[in-house]
Design a protein around this ligand. Structure first.
Ligand code: GTP
Length: 192
């Protein structure tokens, strides 16, 4: 997710996409079907920002999503619609169930997105499914598992159902995330 008012956050998404592909390749034997095909979405937040504050257009976002082989592109405003976050996770679950993961591991890069993923890229926030308990549980699970340190917390996923994982994450003190900021896009192979 990037902010449409922040070019740096937009540029950062390419690096994050690379890290996702890298982690999938590295952990593929252990991941199996667990999350190797989880859909990757590109989200532009703060879509309600007035034109002068915008640094990234929707067209640029859509193009970048295609280049990064994302399964969908959305612009949302969490400020204007607090349910947008849960709805996004519901969409991820729907895409995942239907096998529409876009570029899969991302190995195909821009080329991978021009095929089946392309048709799914032009979603708008009105396409998002309504809020549901499933979406809320998904959001909680994701928060419990996702980190910016490149580690996938598979044990938590296997050990408990979604609601229990979310409840346990909320009740236990979480260690501060270990951020890994040193990996650079520079010098990366073009087809990440
Ligand atoms: N205008 C606008 N502001 C938002 C929106 N969502 C979040 N913000 C604001 O963005 C700021 C950062 O929000 P956080 O929730 O802390 O998100 P973050 O990822 O830590 O954001 P950064 O500090 O920008 O990296 C806060 O001041 C929020 O109020 C939105 O949809 N529209």
């Amino acid at each position: 997710m990037y902010a449409v008012t922040d070019q740096c956050s937009f540029d950062e998404c390419a690096r994050l996409r690379f890290l996702i592909s890298h982690a999938r390749r590295r952990h593929r034997p252990r991941l199996k079907d667990a999350c190797s095909d989880a859909p990757v979405l590109l989200l532009g937040n703060k879509s309600e920002a007035p034109a002068p504050e915008r640094m990234v257009t929707a067209a640029e976002g859509r193009r970048r999503a295609r280049e990064l082989a994302c399964a969908a592109f959305l612009e949302v405003s969490v400020r204007e619609n607090a349910e947008a976050g849960a709805a996004v996770f519901a969409l991820v679950a729907r895409l995942w169930r239907s096998g529409a993961s876009g570029g899969g591991s991302g190995g195909g890069g821009a080329a991978g997105a021009s095929g089946s993923g392309g048709a799914r890229l032009q979603r708008s926030s009105s396409d998002l499914p309504p809020e549901s308990a499933t979406a809320a549980a998904l959001a909680g699970t994701f928060r419990a598992r996702a980190g910016t340190d490149g580690q996938l917390q598979l044990a938590a996923r296997r050990a408990a159902p979604a609601a229990a994982a979310a409840a346990s994450a909320a009740s236990q003190p979480q260690p501060p995330p270990r951020r890994r900021m040193s990996m650079s896009m520079r010098g990366s192979p073009p087809g990440f």
